[in-house]
Design a protein around this ligand. Structure first.
Ligand code: BGC
Length: 880
């Protein structure tokens, strides 16, 4: 038996994360038995587990998805833990020892800034002398906008763009780094460089802005060094620190970076540096109460890709094609002479075979590097780009081997993979995965390239289940939902369009604190409902009740807010008929009015989501044992359903809105009067027929359309939408050479021309939510609500004759699940893998003449019948 993936609040060996409570989880593999009988969790202060602070003892009901030891955590402390498991065959295992370490309040450090003009980005340094060799050392630090820290000339971690992006008015994240190995006895030096990031400069829908959250770079830190004899020294940031202007002359999330290596101060973060160019730092007034341990996952260079080719364009440009749209930057070997300026521009697509970047709107996406003549590897520091193509100027002899595309995103394990017999479908899966890689840089963003890159809640919501099959996401969304809850507290429970609410911040700067315009502009249906949908999805996918408890606040606040709007603005009608909504954003059925809004009435969508969010809140209340809330929200949901049906159906059961999206919504949420279900199914099928089996849906309708079609008994229609190769459809994009998911169905026209420059990104993951359908219907891997986190699950694969094989793999929080199928001469052969300690059923989706499970004939034959499966690998041979 192997016990692995020991996670604390969904992170392996976390250091310095915010841990108001503990949820421990692990995965058992290679066990002899099928299920866990007993488990024991030991937590100690030492790696040998001698100083035990918590011992569960052997217990039968410890959940491997969410074990909550009753332990009061001390700050700045490392805990070690181990899991022991016994199974039903008497096999047992002991995990390797894992650890977690708590963060620390900063009590000695002061905020410091450089006494330069506000647009100058500073370097800070501090020489320190240690009398003995350190036994252990930690740097606790926060630097705004963004920082990189060094000790003795070396970066202290492989993280980039810390302290990341949140509403800096509401909280500030401290990172903790183990720097024991960076220090030695004697003289040492700490160096910190600061850039603008999301904090200052411009970000959000503005052309120019000097002050965003603030206008001055500043930092705070404490270096805690412990020696063998347990004595400790603390070196805090204070006015004895020195500062100098950085060689980063300009930096901006949208516009890129200007780096003049001629302006570098030799050895600036090493002891031996000549400090003549440095001046003393000054104190800065910042609210230290906002500081707390981090929640953001580390952002790292997760992959490096090699460029594909150099293109000489008709306009005489030199362009490097990376063959894949990525988010990050380019690292290159600079061999240019002193004083030579090298410039890179980044774009997503070529137009007329030339470089093109007009669809970035005001975002410049540039990198300027001025060489000091030294041959070295170069990369930018405080920016990132969304791109496939890079225009190069200033390098005479471009050698592809000197360039690497660095893919930057929050560190998360990839948990899903899909491969089918259809190469284009495989490419579509990869496009959505690349969309996730490109847009999970600390905040789930709409896009990574134009002057936007914000945490649009609607986009985040529609993609979160796909994302959670693809990657292990709970800690990533935990941070996003924490941000969201703080914003909700400012907005009486409402959820802003983007989280962190930069649009609100800009409103405050432009119009003052009582910016009523902004205050009206939040709480849009299907966007703000992220407040209920993401917590619920996390619970369903990861089965962590303590996380649900934590995020129940988001759900309740949001549900109560809509109810308040209903009472105050909608006549207590149990309908949501107020405000401006995006509704079925970018749907294709309303071109003649406003091409961005679909034809489905916004209040129809709003009222349906009112019902959905309140229903989810009721379910969450029930799971958390909040009886009063459960009753309240259930009752409320019933009222909404009744009001919805009264408002939107004729007496004979005809829906007043007959768009694909409206029909999909009512079928999905069962917002249908008794006896009228078939009528809606028939109408939806007719609507599809009228479009020659093509979708017309936008952000709201698209994610649910294929699931609904499959659930109502028309999987072939879902497959047709998936496999359509012409416009509008997913494979149209693939045929047009897309390497990520486009924002619009027609982002690029058949002649290769970009359809619009106003709002047209080629890396918008929202429509990538079709991948959720692939996992849940093509592979059929679906968690069961009675035991979420795949403790119980169903495998109900829908096959289609147009695809001869599919392999859907998912490393669930209980272990690896595989659902693979291939066409045989008689029917289909399924290969199914079920992990330890789960209960699963394989459900038939077609009637069969014979079913064999691992060579033995089964009595199961009819569609809808189930075969129970426990741990193991199964070959299920179905003859049709
Ligand atoms: C974003 C979207 C977002 C939308 C709101 C756009 O500018 O890029 O993805 O959800 O605005 O309607």
């Amino acid at each position: 038996m192997v016990i692995e993936h020991l996670r604390v609040n969904h992170i392996e060996n976390p250091i310095g994360f915010y841990m108001p409570s503990l949820s421990l989880s692990w995965i058992v593999t290679q066990a002899k038995g099928d299920r866990a009988q007993k488990a024991r969790v030991i937590i100690a202060l030492d790696e040998e587990l001698n100083h035990v602070v918590s011992d569960s003892g052997e217990q039968e009901d410890i959940s491997s998805l969410d074990y909550n030891p009753n332990l009061e955590l001390q700050e700045g402390t490392r805990y070690y833990w181990q899991v022991q498991v016994c199974d039903d065959e008497g096999d047992s295992g002991v995990s390797e020892t894992a650890f977690f370490e708590t963060g620390k309040k900063l009590t000695k450090g002061t905020w410091i800034k450089a006494p330069f003009k506000k647009n100058v980005q500073p370097l800070f340094r501090k020489r320190i002398s240690l009398e003995k060799r350190p036994a252990s050392a930690r740097l606790y630090i926060c630097g705004l906008g963004v920082y990189e820290a060094f000790i003795n000339g070396k970066r202290i971690s492989d993280e980039y763009l810390a302290p990341y992006y949140n509403d800096y008015n509401l909280w500030l994240q401290i990172q903790t780094y183990d720097v024991t190995d960076n220090l030695s006895k004697g003289e040492n030096c700490i160096g910190v460089m600061l850039g603008n990031g999301w904090y200052k400069g411009r970000f959000g829908f503005v052309d120019k802005m000097d002050k965003l959250y603030g206008d001055t770079c500043h930092m705070i830190c404490e270096l805690h060094v412990t020696f063998e004899d347990l004595s400790e020294v603390v070196i805090p940031s204070d006015e004895s620190w020195l500062c100098a202007p950085s060689p980063v002359l300009e930096s901006s999330i949208y516009d890129g970076e200007v780096y003049d290596s001629q302006k570098e101060i030799p050895d600036w973060s090493k002891v031996k540096c000549d400090e003549k160019d440095f001046v003393k730092a000054k104190k800065f007034k910042e609210n230290s109460d906002l500081l707390m341990p981090r929640l953001s996952l580390p952002v790292k260079v997760i992959k490096k890709i090699s460029p594909k080719k150099i293109i000489d364009t008709p306009a005489g440009e030199k362009i490097i094609d990376f063959g894949q749209e990525i988010t990050g930057w380019v690292e290159f070997l600079c061999e240019e002479k002193k004083g030579k300026e090298i410039t890179f521009w980044f774009g997503e697509i070529l137009q007329d075979k030339n470089f093109y970047n007009e669809n970035l709107r005001t975002a410049k996406q540039e990198f300027h590097y001025i060489s000091n003549g030294e041959k070295r590897k170069v990369r930018p520091h405080f920016t990132f780009y969304g791109f496939r193509y890079m225009k190069v100027e200033g390098i005479k002899d471009i050698k592809l081997k000197n360039f690497k595309g660095c893919v930057l995103h929050s560190e998360m394990e990839q948990t899903g993979n899909i491969e089918t017999s259809n190469k284009k479908v495989n490419r579509l899966f990869l496009n959505a995965l690349w969309g996730q890689r490109g847009n999970f840089l600390d905040v789930p963003t709409d896009c990574p390239q134009r002057d936007e890159r914000m945490g649009w809640t609607g986009d985040a919501q529609v993609f979160c289940r796909t994302a959670s099959y693809n990657m292990y996401t709970p800690a990533f969304y935990r941070k996003f939902l924490y941000d969201m809850k703080l914003e909700q507290d400012e907005l009486e429970g409402s959820v802003p369009h983007v989280v962190p609410d930069i649009l609100g911040q800009i409103g405050v700067i432009l119009y003052g604190k009582d910016d009523t315009e902004h205050k009206k502009a939040h709480g849009a249906c299907a966007w703000a409902d992220a407040g209920a949908i993401i917590p619920w999805t996390m619970y369903d996918m990861y089965g962590d009740k303590s996380l649900l408890e934590m995020q129940y606040g988001n759900m309740k606040a949001w549900a109560d807010y809509i109810r308040k709007i209903d009472i105050e603005k909608c006549g207590d009608s149990y309908l949501w008929t107020y405000g401006d909504h995006f509704a079925d954003w970018l749907a294709l059925d309303n071109y003649h009015k406003d091409e961005r809004f679909g034809a489905t009435d916004q209040y129809f969508v709003a009222s349906a989501y009112y019902y959905y969010s309140v229903s989810l809140t009721a379910k969450a209340a029930s799971i958390l044992g909040k009886k009063k809330d459960e009753k309240h929200y259930k009752n409320l949901a019933e009222h909404i359903k009744k009001a919805f049906i009264d408002e939107y159906y004729t007496k004979t059961g005809r829906l007043a809105q007959e768009t694909q999206t409206a029909l999909a919504i009512v079928l999905w949420l069962d917002l249908i009067p008794e006896g009228a279900r078939q009528r809606q199914i028939d109408t939806l099928m007719k609507k599809l027929e009228a479009e020659k089996q093509h979708l017309t849906t936008g952000f709201v309708g698209t994610p649910i359309l294929c699931p609904v079609l499959t659930d109502i008994g028309h999987p072939e229609a879902a497959y047709t939408l998936l496999l359509n190769e012409d416009y509008p459809g997913w494979l149209y994009e693939v045929n047009m050479g897309a390497t990520t998911i486009w924002e619009r169905w027609n982002s690029v026209l058949p002649d290769g021309k970009i359809s619009d420059t106003g709002m047209n990104s080629l890396n918008h993951y929202a429509y990538g939510s079709i991948v959720e359908w692939m996992y849940r219907y093509m592979g059929g891997i679906e968690p069961c609500e009675d035991a979420p986190g795949f403790k119980h699950f169903r495998i109900r694969p829908y096959t289609d004759s147009r695809i001869s094989s599919a392999k859907v793999e998912f490393a669930s929080p209980m272990g690896k699940i595989t659902s693979a199928w291939e066409k045989t001469s008689e029917g289909y052969l399924y290969t199914i893998e079920i992990p330890f300690d789960t209960k699963a059923v394989f459900e038939m989706t077609k009637d069969a003449s014979m079913v064999e499970v691992n060579g033995e004939i089964s009595h199961v034959k009819q569609s809808g019948e189930q075969i129970e499966l426990t741990k193991g690998t199964y070959q299920i041979n179905v003859s049709l």
